[in-house]
Design a protein around this ligand. Sequence first.
Ligand code: C5P
Length: 231
Amino acid sequence: MNKTIQCWAVVPAAGVGKRMQADRPKQYLPLAGKTVIEHTLSRLVQSGAFQAVAVAISVEDPYWPELEISQHPQVITAPGGKERADSVLSALKALQGQADENDWVLVHDAARPCLTSDDIHNLIATLKDDAVGGILALSSHDTLKQVDGHNITATVDRSQIWRALTPQMFRYGMLRDALQDAEGNPAITDEASALELLGLQPKIVEGRPDNIKITRPEDLALAQFYMEQQQ
Ligand code: C5P
């Protein structure tokens, strides 16, 4: 008998977020009465889509154990790694023995607290029968330029360019192997790029524009605005 395919979430949260110029990693900055990561994890857990959420946390992180959600029965803590891909691989390994090779894993940045349940369920529904998997993405409304320094060398056909968001949804075994194969490769800035390196073509699924990544100080006010709009 075939085992039912289950979904797991992986959250890399071991970055320091230098561009925020804050006194703590950006996932612990306050946002609408909680920290950024508490919003992100609550939304994943409350979506009801996942068996568990594996979170990669820096081993020297003093903030994580202080948060109630770190003790949630569906939240598993794994040690973070040097790069984002190392953190994701570590969290995948923490699911070993529970996740089946063909189960789906949705990898979502801790720094994207405005993710909606609609986007999670739409991604899963669109890709659940796909052989490879895919990612939430956004088309570009701006005209795009290729440059050399500050000189424009070409106008890029924007119909062919999409911005990669998270979650990114792949099979547990395939993603683990792809990340292991690509270990140390600086070109691997998201999960899809590790699968692309193997010659595979992950799909894109249009996501919501309010699924922003907190990167710069002004993004916190924007995230708060989006959360108010979502209510
Ligand atoms: O820095 P950036 O915004 O690209 O990070 C995306 C996500 O990857 C963040 O949630 C961050 O905490 C995580 N990350 C990680 N381990 C690293 C670097 C980044 O888990 N070594």
